[in-house]
Write a protein that binds this ligand. Structure first.
Ligand SMILES: NC(=O)c1ccc[n+]([C@@H]2O[C@H](COP(=O)([O-])OP(=O)(O)OC[C@H]3O[C@@H](n4cnc5c(N)ncnc54)[C@H](OP(=O)(O)O)[C@@H]3O)[C@@H](O)[C@H]2O)c1
Length: 180
């Protein structure tokens, strides 16, 4: 499985969940090699950056957290018959012929729709996630906790694509804790 945006708030959980659920080979893609150690620590078997020319052997599934210019490359990374799950807000253009030639599939996913159309299944998954978290199997990496009154600092981190894990905004809290 290839996971793009793997160090992001969602991506870093997806890497861990893929390993928990027995995915043999998880390839984590990120913007810079500085995120390599973080992604390895989460359980990624391979780490690639968008600048790398090759992303290794083709994969069965892509979880695409990025879209945009990355989307065609992510489709190309699929083996014939593979499936890409598109859940990002980056958009992108798909060449239908690229799907036809390799019998590939793209599926869209939004959690909001999942929650409203299949609430029971959604809550069951929710409970499973909390259990994995409580038992220490699923770690939430908090990149920075920032008071809501300083929300612009949180935006700066996100815009710089610097976060490794979640950036948390707190309505009221003592002084900022940022990584060194
Ligand atoms: N469908 C749903 O229900 C659902 C739910 C939650 C989130 N999402 C979507 O999932 C995506 C990830 O969310 P998140 O909360 O994990 O994001 P996030 O923590 O803000 O991280 C976004 C990461 O995307 C990567 N990225 C790659 N190309 C980028 C570009 N051109 N501009 C900005 N960032 C870029 C950056 O890391 P690298 O540079 O290292 O790749 C960045 O750190 C977002 O598009 C979000 O809208 C969808």
């Amino acid at each position: 499985m290839l996971i793009t945006g793997a160090a992001s708030g969602v991506g870093h959980l997806a890497v861990q969940l893929a390993k928990i659920h027995g995915v043999q080979r998880v390839v984590a893609a990120a913007g810079t090699a500085e995120k390599r150690a973080f992604l390895r620590d989460l359980g990624a078997d391979e780490v690639v950056t968008y600048a790398d020319e090759h992303w290794g052997e083709p994969v069965d599934v892509v979880l695409d957290a990025v879209g945009g210019d990355i989307l065609p490359r992510a489709i190309a990374a699929l083996r014939p018959g593979g499936r890409l799950i598109f859940f990002n807000s980056g958009g992108g253009t798909v060449s239908a012929f690229d799907l036809l030639a390799g019998s590939k599939t793209i599926t869209g996913l939004t959690m909001a729709r999942f929650a409203s159309t299949q609430p029971e299944l959604y809550h069951r998954h929710h409970e499973q996630l909390w259990l994995l978290h409580r038992t220490g199997q699923l770690r939430v990496a908090i990149h920075a906790e920032i008071p809501l009154s300083d929300a612009s600092s949180a935006h700066e981190i996100i815009e710089a694509r610097a976060n490794q894990g979640k950036v948390i905004l707190r309505p009221s809290m003592p002084p900022i804790r940022k990584p060194g």
